[in-house]
Ligand binder design. Structure first.
Ligand code: C2E
Ligand code: MG
Ligand code: MG
Length: 732
């Protein structure tokens, strides 16, 4: 960056000022030379004055000589009176005295003494002698002019001597003056030279100094300009301004203040950058894993579309959902869950190439955008499969945390797309549909998106919206299916919820209960079922024909995990005044296994009230005797799929036999569900199963129809003895 014209002028201004100062210095130097020259001239003038004085002597003495000659001639001719002579004598004596004083003064003057001491003395003596002879001559002139003339001759002699001394002095002075003149001229030239050189050197120094100062100021201005430019254009988070920092530290005045202001401005700018970055980070990145979030992924999909169009290629979105993560989260706590998610993010990131994007979409769901895939879907899918195998291999490595090994698997859905995309959300929606298919197909696998699956998913979403309204509109009904004992007496019923949809008709709980469990809808539904069942028990309690019946209520995991679940049950019982023994809660194996300790604690709390528990769909999970022993259960309910083929499939028969044996060992009542034939009932009875539920006895029925069935059946009495198992338990 260069300084502009006006800046240069501004910087040259001090240079001009310094030049003016330099001229003043040179001028004063020349003036001093001139003064010195003046002094020399004064001395010269002194010398000239002396020379002139000396010349004046000769002239004045010549005049005296002339008057003496007039006096002598007048005396000889007798034309002068004595008075006249006397007057002439007096005038000449006076003039000689005056001259004498001048000679005296000259001879004593330092100038003359300095030139030649002997000449000064001679001059004085000769003048003295001359004067004496002239005075004597004027004295005798009236008496004897001849003697006076002789004396005048003698005076003349001394005058000549005097003139010799006088001219010698003049010559010496002239010579000295000449010499001095030469010396002065030389020294003047020398001084002039010196002044000129000094002036030149001074000027050069001043020029250099000015240049240095100007450049220094110019550099600082440029530093400031550069700093401003950096502050204006810098994209980076930190702006390095070492020159400005040094300026603020070392330079005072305006520049120091400007530097201080710039640094303060920088701090403000940095804070602003930081805030913007934090906001950007929050808006586009996931705070736990620091991976891009859904928003950023959608942006990248948008960008990928351009690449697809430009290079005629495809891209793919993967949706990865961790299998069983919720179980880990619930059992081990969120801290462990978070660590696992971070690690999953890391493993996913190293399984894909740099151009691909790994994002966390929320919960245990991750999304990956794969770009630059082949234009042909077959080949593109082949590449995706290879990436999927990298990902699953990466996730498969055991993850050790707090000395506990976790084995991670994921269900992955993949959707390929090209530039002909209808909506930016499509790839993610399609991948999600495929992911659900992968889950359905046994987890730890991956599926490509199929439009049929998508249609199914959309139907599911619609169902969920409808269910939400159904709960509000009270479109749910409770059906009851009878349970009979070994003597074919109806001993209780299972409450099974039904949904009567205005358009779809009756929707099976197998369809909508899993949906309700995925959202929070299961909570109001479960609560309604519990209260409705208790109210039914309350009604029956007043009827001796029905007072011995109990109702089994299905409880979902989500419902059971609520902190106030026990409170809800107690409230329902208290509200209706129902005997807690008449209420049986059906839990599933997976619910119990999620967190055994917490489940036991809740079960014990309710069991203390008298509420009974049944393990629904028993045999499908991984229940072992070990923990079954610890559960405060009353009943094992054999899963209906084992019952279905019990008379034909030896494996199922063996499983059912084992379950019944386990129940006996644990002194638990065993009930079989899905009993559809007498053969099945007989087989079960032979194995020692003493309670049954199934279409063979009755289908789940609305209350009115149930009442009719109950009226036509033998119903257990309220005072009936306990079941065989309960009798056994009671004995123990
Ligand atoms: P579940 O608790 O195992 O209920 C037994 C299911 O087997 C019922 O299906 C019942 O109609 C069916 N069933 C009974 N006897 C036979 C038979 O002889 N043959 C055949 N093929 N099926 C028989 P439903 O009513 O469709 O309920 C399905 C599942 O929905 C239930 O399985 C239960 O897990 C859930 N569910 C039903 N109502 C509720 C409820 O109120 N709350 C909760 N959380 N889940 C419920
Ligand atoms: Mg059940
Ligand atoms: Mg069942």
């Amino acid at each position: 960056m260069k300084a502009g014209r006006s800046l240069q002028i501004f910087l040259l201004l001090p240079l001009v000022l310094v030049l003016v100062a330099a001229l003043v210095v040179v001028y004063s130097a020349l003036t001093s030379v001139r003064q010195q020259f003046g002094l020399v001239s004064a001395e010269q003038n002194g010398d000239l004055h002396v020379i002139e004085e000396a010349a004046g002597f000769s002239r004045d003495i010549g005049l005296i000589q002339k008057r003496m000659s007039v006096a002598l001639e007048g005396t000889s001719a007798g034309s002068l009176t004595e008075l006249q002579l006397y007057r002439m004598h007096t005038a000449i004596v006076n003039d000689l005295d005056a001259l004498g004083q001048r000679v005296q003064h000259l001879a004593k003057s330092e100038l003359v003494l300095d030139v030649n001491h002997g000449s000064a003395k001679g001059l004085k003596q000769e003048f003295e002698s001359y004067r004496r002879f002239v005075v004597m001559s004027t004295d005798v002139i009236a008496v004897d002019p001849t003697v006076a003339k002789k004396l005048m001759d003698q005076a003349q002699q001394h005058f000549r001597e005097f003139a010799i001394f006088s001219s010698r002095i003049s010559a010496l002075l002239a010579e000295r003056s000449q010499k001095r003149n030469a010396v002065q001229t030389q020294s003047f030239a020398h001084v002039l030279d010196r002044v000129l050189w000094m002036g030149l050197v001074g000027l050069l120094l001043l020029f250099a100094l000015t240049l240095w100062v100007a450049r220094r100021s110019s550099r600082r201005m440029m530093d400031i300009a550069d700093a401003l430019s950096a502050l204006t254009h810098s994209e980076s988070k930190t702006i390095d301004l070492p020159q400005i920092e040094a300026m603020q530290r070392d330079v005072g005045g305006e520049l120091g203040r400007i530097a201080g202001t710039l640094l303060a401005f920088r701090s403000a700018l940095e804070r602003q950058h930081q805030a913007e970055e934090e906001a950007y980070q929050l808006a586009f990145y996931d705070s736990l894993t620091q991976l891009p979030n859904r928003r950023m992924l959608v942006e990248r999909i948008q960008r990928a579309l351009k690449g697809c169009a430009r290079h005629h290629e495809r891209a793919a979105v993967m949706l990865i959902d961790m299998d069983g993560f919720k179980r880990i989260n619930d059992a081990r706590g969120y801290a462990v869950g978070d660590q696992i998610l971070k690690e999953v993010g890391r493993r996913l990131s190293i399984s894909v190439s740099e151009n691909d994007t790994v994002a966390r979409l929320g919960g245990d769901k991750f999304g990956i955008l794969l770009v630059s895939l082949h234009a042909r879907s077959q080949k593109a899918a082949g590449k995706v499969e290879r990436v999927v195998s990298h990902i699953t291999a990466g996730l498969a490595a055991p993850l050790t945390m707090n000395e506990q090994d976790y084995f991670l698997t994921a269900s992955i859905g993949v959707a390929l797309f090209d530039e002909n995309l209808q909506s930016l959300d499509d790839p993610l929606r399609h991948a999600e549909a495929a992911m659900y298919q992968a889950k359905k197909d046994g987890r730890n696998t991956f599926r490509f998106y199929d439009p049929d699956i998508q249609a199914h998913l959309e139907a599911r979403v619609g169902l969920e919206t409808d269910l939400r309204q159904a709960v509000l509109r009270q479109e749910l009904r409770l059906f009851y299916q009878t349970q009979v004992d070994e003597q074919d007496r109806v001993c209780g019923v299972e409450a099974l919820v039904r949904w009567f949809h205005p358009e779809r008709g009756m929707v099976s709980p197998a369809q909508f209960i899993p949906l309700a469990e995925e959202s929070d809808l299961i909570l109001p539904i479960g609560h309604w079922v519990l209260k409705t069942a208790c109210r039914q028990l309350q009604t029956w309690a007043t009827d001796p024909q029905r007072a011995g019946l109990s109702i089994a209520v299905n409880v979902s995991a989500r419902q059971f995990r609520q902190r106030d679940f026990c409170q809800q049950v107690r409230a329902a019982l208290a509200e209706t005044g129902v005997q807690p023994q008449r209420l049986k809660l059906e839990l599933t194996e997976s619910l119990v296994l999620e967190d055994v300790e917490a489940t036991i604690a809740k079960m014990l709390e309710l069991r203390a009230q008298g509420v009974r528990f049944s393990m629904d769909d028993f045999g499908t999970g991984y229940s072992s005797l070990q923990y079954l022993k610890r559960l405060p259960l009353d009943q094992l309910k054999i899963e209906q799929s084992f019952v279905r083929d019990i008379t034909t499939d030896p494996d199922d028969a063996a499983i059912v036999q084992t379950i019944i044996a386990m129940g006996r060992a644990l002194r638990l009542e065993v009930i079989a569900e899905g009993v559809e034939t007498r053969e099945q009932q007989n087989f079960l009875r032979e194995q020692g199963c003493c309670a049954y539920q199934g279409y063979f006895f009755s289908k789940p029925l609305p209350l009115e129809q149930l009442e009719a069935v109950l009226s036509a059946s033998t119903v257990i009495e309220a005072t009936a003895p306990l079941s065989r198992v309960e009798q056994q338990n009671a004995l123990v």
